[in-house]
Design a protein. Structure first.
Length: 488
């Protein structure tokens, strides 16, 4: 992929900058002229979420970047705000929402839909002025964009750990909750003996309220049962009366059966009605008590905003002390989750790194460049070192050159897999602790092994390439007034 040009407009000022294949130098004779701003605007124009620099707010800029893809297609990306970008290719325009559809957009630029690659490709080919020269194998590329060597290797080698990673995230979320619970439990236990929290009035009221609600439920259920019995008895009365039965007495007299002469039935109904009245009265009393407690609690909660800070602390302590928490049980659950988290991470690491040709190839490339740069060889650098977390032993020029060697290894593996050429963007490669000799060693590698790549360097220093296209900035990046045609 080649960046052919970029057009930038910010308010009344604009600039159109052309780049060439091969080496490009964004140059100024002094600092603070906009070199880093231009580099970051190029990444912003590609759709990335890039933090603005001091003088220019990116989300207020209009950018249009022209790319030449390895497929032979010419692409125009236009961005007018922070949440959408337009892609124009072969006369057809597509709009992508950012950052939600960034990977879909980049899949067209980098010829892959592998999320692990798309999420890490910027960290491979871009050296940020602030973080890029200390980013070895995991960490922040720029802003909220991260790089992780394990993800990159999984993407290139086609290994899938998505289920394990989802499980790891769930465990991590649960761990966070339990750790917060444990902190609260510790605080609760520390105040449990305090005279301030010994007052269990609120807890007592909560228990009383729960008991009253249980009684309310029980009585309401009994009243429903009685209503059903009364209804059933009355229906039975009507049923028997409707049959117009005749009963013959001992003296031979025939009597018609009515609802009034069924012995005991009316008494039974009256008894049920009386019982219902008693229960209704009892229910009314319970509901009244419940309402009274709830009003008291609402009044107490409503007054919290008028309390002094000390009173708020008292109210908080009372609430906390009423929550049952077992420190031991919570600690055991944390230990269990930590053990499970470690096992899942080990499984992910094993899948990512074991029996992996990508790791072997990347390792050989990194050792080759490390040897050339004088920072190590195959005896001092093992495969495990690719995944090291110990950067304290690397400082100054050694770290600078180690990062360079690693990233060249990443780029070559990506290019081999994607079958494309990536641009290489270096912001301020001449660090404070890196002398000219070391800079020359790195530039020699770029000139020899990456001569087919587009290289863009931002610096106040000059670099000896056989042919280098210079973009000079004088005083500021945007130094031209917007023409009428451009404004339209």
């Amino acid at each position: 992929m080649l960046i052919n040009s970029i057009y930038i407009r910010d308010g009344l000022f604009e600039r159109h900058i052309i780049f060439e294949a091969g080496a490009n130098l964004i140059f100024s004779k002094k600092n603070s002229c906009g070199k880093t701003t231009l580099v970051r605007l190029m990444l912003y124009a590609l759709g990335y979420s890039i933090p603005s620099t001091k003088k220019i707010k990116f989300e207020k800029c209009y950018t249009k970047i022209e790319l030449a893809l390895d497929t032979g297609k010419r692409v125009l990306l236009t961005r007018e705000n922070g949440y959408a970008i337009s892609l124009m290719c072969d006369g057809e325009e597509e709009i992508y929402a950012l950052p939600e559809q960034l990977c879909i957009l980049h899949s067209k630029l980098f010829c892959t839909d592998n999320i692990n690659i798309l999420n890490n490709v910027l960290g491979a080919f871009y050296f940020d002025q602030e973080k890029g020269w200390t980013l070895l194998n995991r960490g922040v590329v720029i802003g909220s964009i991260h790089f992780n060597i394990d993800e990159l290797i999984r993407g290139i080698s086609g290994k899938d750990c998505s289920k394990l990673i989802a499980r790891q995230k769930r465990i991590s979320s649960d761990l966070s909750k339990y750790r917060q619970m444990f902190s609260i439990a510790q605080y609760r236990d520390s105040i449990s003996g305090d005279s301030l929290t010994a007052d269990t009035y609120q807890e007592t009221k909560n228990i009383e309220l729960e008991q009253l609600r249980m009684k309310q439920y029980s009585i309401e259920r009994e009243i429903r049962r009685i209503n059903q019995s009364i209804t059933g008895n009355r229906k039975f009365q009507e049923f028997v009366a409707g049959m117009k039965l005749l009963i013959k007495t001992e003296d031979g007299q025939c009597i018609t059966v009515t609802k009034d002469n069924i012995v005991g039935l009316n008494d039974s109904i009256d008894l049920l009605i009386a019982k219902k009245k008693m229960l209704s009265y009892e229910l009314s009393e319970i509901v009244s008590k419940i309402d009274k407690i709830l009003r008291e609690q609402e009044k107490e909660d409503g007054q919290l905003s008028f309390y002094e800070s000390e009173s708020l602390a008292e109210a908080f302590d009372k609430k906390i002390i009423s929550i049952p928490m077992n420190q031991v049980a919570i600690k055991n659950e944390i230990s269990k989750l930590e053990k499970e988290q470690k096992q899942v991470q080990e499984e992910i690491t094993k899948i990512s790194r074991s029996d992996n040709d990508v790791v072997s190839s990347m390792y050989k490339t990194i050792v080759k460049y490390a040897t050339e740069l004088g920072i190590g060889d195959s005896e001092s650098i093992t495969k495990k070192y690719l995944f090291t977390s110990n950067l304290k032993e690397l400082t100054g020029a050694v770290l600078h050159k180690t990062v360079f060697a690693f990233k060249m290894g990443y780029i070559l593996e990506l290019e081999k897999h994607l079958k494309i050429k990536l641009p290489i963007i270096l912001d301020s490669p001449s660090g404070k602790e890196v002398d000219q000799e070391n800079i020359e060693l790195m530039m020699n590698i770029l000139k020899r092994d990456f001569k087919e790549n587009q290289i863009i360097i931002a610096s106040i220093h000059d670099y000896s390439f056989p042919k280098i296209h210079k973009v000079e900035l004088v005083d500021r990046l945007l130094n031209q007034l917007v023409a009428v045609e451009s404004a339209d």
